[in-house]
Design a binder for this molecule. Structure first.
Ligand code: ATP
Length: 307
């Protein structure tokens, strides 16, 4: 996720350098900016028309640098309203899949379809309105907690914002803050714990109400209580939404409709938890390793374990 953030910052840096150059050569700057853009709307792009929100990766290949392929022909489908968990070792390309779905980059080969429409052929605005992201680490603005929740849909009424907080189980927390909803948070305000920040992200997502959800589980080990709470949050926010989760936790993979085991940019195994265990392959091995090395209390499985 940091890399996702890094990307826009990088572009700003580029624009800044570009502006300096512009004093010398305005035209050159525009040429450079055009080249630097990762993705653009296709000519005559239409808004995405969402029916159920089925997500389909068809033989998708991608490398940040064409000389170093990261995804090598990945195919899978998340049926409308279902949950697919992606697991695999660090660097396998799990986050890259989510970046491609959000179209931070275009695939080099293959296609990504939502309800049968190639995402490279629809407007980026409509695509991004369709997908909600609950990242590993949510960025909070140096503003009130109200602003930070309402950010999910700036046109939402106060009642809607507060209802989203109830659904995300953060209303009690907010009520207990010194200035309630007007409490300043972020770098220069109140610092929230990882779990609280995640609940802010969930409240934002509930407000945005997207048909498709991308959930990037935190890799850090959590205490059992927080772990359970976050699982409950995920279950609630993903109800009725097509959900792609980059999973690091036992409870998530066990409940997923399908588990995709990604290794070195390829789908190594796929199936439900019990099927993959019975298969006795890579997943079962990950699993066994997890059981023996498991220092985390009941029900909670830290990152080191699935990875
Ligand atoms: P983790 O579980 O550690 O988050 P991952 O499976 O999500 O790993 P990705 O983040 O998708 O892995 O990264 C896959 C590979 O792509 C890594 O080798 C990484 O170095 C590389 N990579 C990721 N982002 C970029 C980027 N913006 N530019 C260049 N290479 C990148």
């Amino acid at each position: 996720y940091l890399l996702q953030l890094y990307q826009p910052l990088n572009i700003f840096g580029f624009v800044y350098r570009g502006v300096k150059e512009a004093l010398i050569d305005m035209e050159k700057m525009f040429v450079l900016l055009a080249v630097d853009r990762e993705v653009a709307d296709a000519p005559g792009a239409r808004p995405l028309a969402v029916s159920g929100g089925e997500v389909r990766f068809e033989d998708v290949s991608f490398g940040y640098d064409p000389r170093r392929p990261i995804l090598k022909g990945v195919s899978f489908t998340v049926p409308a309203g279902r949950t697919v968990a992606i697991v695999g070792p660090s660097g396998a390309g799990k986050s890259t899949l989510s970046r491609l779905l959000f179209r931070f980059y275009d695939a080099n080969g293959g296609r990504i379809l939502i309800d049968g429409q190639d995402i490279s052929q629809v407007t980026q605005a409509s695509l991004r309105a369709t997908i909600g992201i609950v990242p590993q680490d949510t960025v909070l603005f140096n503003d009130t907690i109200r602003y930070n929740v309402a950010y999910g849909r700036t046109s939402a009424s106060q009642a809607e914002v507060e209802h989203a907080a109830v659904l995300a189980h953060i209303d009690g927390f907010i009520a207990g803050l010194p200035d309630g909803w007007e409490t300043m948070v972020g770098e220069r305000g109140l610092k929230l714990s990882g779990g609280e920040k995640q609940r802010v992200a969930i409240a934002r997502t509930i407000l945005k109400d997207p048909p498709i959800l991308m959930f990037d589980e935190a890799t850090s080990a959590l205490d059992t209580h927080t772990e359970r709470e976050i699982q409950r949050n995920l279950r609630e926010v993903s109800r009725g939404r097509t959900t792609l989760v980059i999973a690091h936790r036992l409870s998530t993979v066990v409940e997923a409709d399908e588990i995709i085991v990604l290794e070195e940019g390829r789908v190594r195994e796929r199936g439900r938890h019990a099927d993959l265990l019975a298969l006795g392959g890579a997943y079962a091995e990950l699993w066994a390793r997890q059981q023996t090395a498991d220092p985390v209390p009941e029900g909670a499985v830290g990152a080191a374990t699935v990875e």
